[in-house]
Write a protein that binds this ligand. Sequence first.
Ligand code: SF4
Length: 75
Amino acid sequence: FAADLTEADPQATALGYKADATKVDKKKFPKYAAGQNCGTCQLFAKAGAASAPCPIFGGKNVAAKGWCSAYAKKA
Ligand code: SF4
């Protein structure tokens, strides 16, 4: 089983990852738009799951309700 990504992880901090997307620092990451979250990101590996591995963070689990600045909307 992959480990859960923590917000304190240096890479998570660098990319502004928050397990709750509404807590994203919008000043630091102005590209964040309300409604975006890991669950609708093309890098989220398990559609519909509460958490799934994200390749951006070496396969650590991220929360479906989370967000980071590598967000890319699923086509
Ligand atoms: Fe979430 Fe996408 Fe960032 Fe991965 S790349 S943490 S799935 S927003």
